[in-house]
Design a binder for this molecule. Structure first.
Ligand code: ATP
Length: 227
């Protein structure tokens, strides 16, 4: 793999039964880089994202993250790797439990990963909310008490709590009101500058892709046609 790749995807194939959704797709993402996957509905973008996240195991091919091949790892072996590759999905409300307050949603990764204590934990949650542009008082609210844009920011705070190196952003602004999209994209750009995160950015909107991505891969019917 190229020495500086954070993510190196090689010859990825994802099948659902007889249907090939992703057909020998290869790409890399460097730290601090945004690679966009662009293409029409059904071309295989989300299937690629799920395979990178190892939420759907690919039929063949390799997914190297920080030089380590993930497709051959067991669930137990993947456990320490998962926090470092965090998803942000299209539905801002879908990634947060409706029953939990925002502060608990953001605290959960810290608790699960054994990084929580009663003194620093709440401070860390407040800092994460502040970092994504939410007043820490929003921590008291439930997801349905937030707008779509605020909820997506809370989901990003929760993702950051895991101290990821790569964010897999699957249509992160597509469900948002056009007036708040730019704010969330600017936030993502700022976080990338600050933290050196790599982004795999899935988006069907060419104008957004052109504005936001460093490089673009065009997909059609499971294949890369340019990029
Ligand atoms: N769980 C599944 N079972 C069977 N077929 C699936 C499944 N998920 C996706 N597909 C099919 O795989 C192909 C690729 O779908 P995928 O969702 O990856 O594309 P996409 O480019 O992300 O499209 P969209 O933007 O509409 O989500 C499509 O033909 C889709 O119908």
């Amino acid at each position: 793999m190229s020495d500086d790749a954070l993510l190196d995807v090689r010859d990825l194939v994802v099948r659902y039964g007889d249907m090939t959704a992703v057909d020998h797709v290869s790409f890399t993402v460097a730290p601090g880089e945004t690679l966009a996957l662009n293409g029409p509905s059904g071309c295989g973008k989300s299937s690629t994202a799920l395979a990178v996240l190892q939420l759907r195991r690919p039929s063949s091919g390799e997914v190297l993250f920080e030089g380590r091949e993930l497709t051959t790892l067991s669930e137990r072996e993947l456990r320490p790797v998962r926090p470092r590759i965090q998803p942000v999905f299209q539905d801002p409300y879908g990634s947060l439990s409706p029953r939990h307050r925002i502060r608990d949603a953001v605290a959960e990764p810290l608790k699960v990963q054994g990084r929580w204590n009663g003194t620093d934990g709440p401070v860390c949650v407040a800092e994460l909310l502040d970092r994504v542009g939410l007043d820490p008082s929003y921590g008291d609210r439930h997801p349905h008490e937030l707008s779509g844009g605020q909820c997506q920011r809370a989901g990003i705070a929760r993702a950051l709590a895991s101290e990821p190196r790569l964010l897999v952003l699957d249509e992160p602004v597509s469900a948002l009101d056009p007036s708040v999209r730019a704010g969330v994209l600017n936030l993502l750009a700022d976080l990338q500058d600050e933290l050196g995160l790599g982004y795999l950015f899935i988006c069907h909107d060419r104008a957004v892709v052109r504005h936001f991505a460093d490089r673009v891969i065009e997909m059609r019917e499971g294949r890369v046609i340019s990029g």
